[in-house]
Design a protein around this ligand. Sequence first.
Ligand code: C2E
Ligand code: CA
Ligand code: CA
Ligand code: CA
Length: 275
Amino acid sequence: AKRAGRGSYHVYDLALDERTRDRHALGHAMREALQNDEFELYYQPFYEAETLTLVGYEALIRWNHPERGLVPPGEFIPVAEETGFIHVLGEWVLKKACREAITWPAGLTVSVNLSPVQFRRKALNSAVTSALSQSGLPAHRLELEITETVLLDETMANLATLKQLKSLGVRVSLDDFGVGYSSLSYLRTFPFDKLKIDRSFVNDLGTRDEALAIVRAVTGMGRSLGIKTTAEGVETEEQYACLREERCSYIQGYLFGRPQPVQRLAHLKDHDACG
Ligand code: C2E
Ligand code: CA
Ligand code: CA
Ligand code: CA
């Protein structure tokens, strides 16, 4: 039994070693990629649910890898978080998003996803401040999307960070709402402007009664707390009809627009149509 134990430990060790090496290589490749300008922000529109008025865009990072093509964030953000590169990359995203958003019609907002790891640094506040001042974007046109992980660990420190961010005038929304452990007390303590109902619930609307119950509860709660709600991942007319019925504030999803490079955004298309 002892030998078997040692044997399997050895195998595990090797696997771990390989993973570390891969991670290391990917970490290195990301640093080079940033210098070579291989990262790009795609933007997905979101609209007022009732009127379908364009409200703004969410910035979603892509890696234009010379050999692998367009790499989605799910494949490199976790490694960037583990290696600490997310601080550099996150700052780049903030700057880029603000610089691009300043060229849009003045009513439009840009939403930037923040990693919970970025919250652990005091520098987050100054990164946001300098992205705003360098671009000239008014703070109220920047929205930061955070996930509830931020609420769970370092609660008090993160609450202080969140309040500082809010005092700059930026808006803060809670992403992927409903999938984790968020409770009503968090919503009372943390000054969120918006709740984004997770895609999984939107996806199940019309097929699972629980999904409708959750969407109804979240939109109702949002209304009574004065917090706006967004449904992400809307793909069908049926889902949209249901969300309108529940008086969700904003909608986002492939039905209305996919993430696009900045030169192909919805407001530009509207403009083209007119001229
Ligand atoms: P998220 O913030 O929840 O973003 C929504 C994801 O759903 C995006 O995937 C988007 O392309 C996708 N999506 C939007 N509408 C639909 C739809 O109708 N149907 C389906 N099936 N999918 C839809 P993406 O771009 O691959 O991003 C995945 C995650 O990576 C994001 O989830 C976010 O957590 C993270 N991420 C993206 N960009 C950044 C970034 O700049 N910084 C950080 N820290 N994380 C980022
Ligand atoms: Ca998001
Ligand atoms: Ca989300
Ligand atoms: Ca998500």
